[in-house]
Design a protein around this ligand. Structure first.
Ligand SMILES: Cc1cc2nc3c(=O)[nH]c(=O)nc-3n(C[C@H](O)[C@H](O)[C@H](O)COP(=O)(O)O)c2cc1C
Length: 189
């Protein structure tokens, strides 16, 4: 199986990367393959709210008018067997790069064909709090809300704080192996 991990951190050696790597290592050991995307390394604008009523091409055609790295990243998600979204916790919520990407993903998924290759796809969210450690659960709630609107099957959300990184590393490793063994449509479970 082929998974894609989308990360909303700048730091390829930071906490979000470390937590995600634990999950991906479990997934690889179970026979899966993974490609990793750092949103901050890409050119992805926030939504322009194109029309006066707030909608745009997204609702009419299930795609976004902005010509940046968004469409090619979505294409990667559509062909994957499973997706991992990992974000650092900022103010108890998603990072700005993760917010910008998932906001636009939600919009195109409301238009014709927009959910193609995304509906019911097994998806895991990881939210990593590295300051006081608060806000990871509320970040998970935000992430689940937007991903469910996209139509993804959010099979698990893992809140992590720097104080429990070791413990959650084990959980994430096992979560990766579990995800690798999951059928493309988790409705079979
Ligand atoms: C703008 C901003 C807001 C933050 N808000 C929180 C927070 O609400 N709770 C928390 O524990 N840490 C917070 N932090 C710390 C980040 O969660 C921490 O730096 C994170 O682990 C970084 O992940 P990274 O190493 O992948 O960059 C915040 C950091 C920034 C830059």
């Amino acid at each position: 199986m082929q998974a894609v991990a989308i990360l909303g951190s700048r730091d390829t050696e930071g906490r979000t990367a470390t937590a995600t790597e634990a999950l991906l290592e479990g997934l690889r050991q179970a026979g899966g393959e993974v490609s990793t995307v750092y949103l901050t390394h890409l050119d992805i604008e926030r939504c322009r709210q194109c029309d006066n009523n707030g909608w745009g091409l997204c609702r009419r055609e299930g795609r976004c008018v902005i010509e940046d790295d968004f469409a090619k990243t979505v294409a990667q998600l559509r062909t994957a067997d499973a997706i991992v979204f990992a974000t650092p916790v900022y103010y108890g919520d998603l990072s700005e790069s993760m917010r910008a990407f998932t906001d636009r993903l939600r919009r195109i998924s409301t238009g014709p064909g927009g959910k193609e290759g995304l509906s019911d796809k097994p998806t895991v969210g990881v939210c990593v709090a590295g300051g006081g450690g608060g806000g990871a659960p509320s970040c998970c709630v935000s992430l689940e809300k937007v991903l469910r609107t996209v139509g993804l099957d959010v099979v698990d959300l893992v809140p992590v704080r720097r104080q429990n990184m070791l413990l959650k590393g084990d959980v994430l490793h096992r979560t990766g192996a579990w995800l690798a063994a999951m059928p493309s449509s988790s409705g079979e479970f």
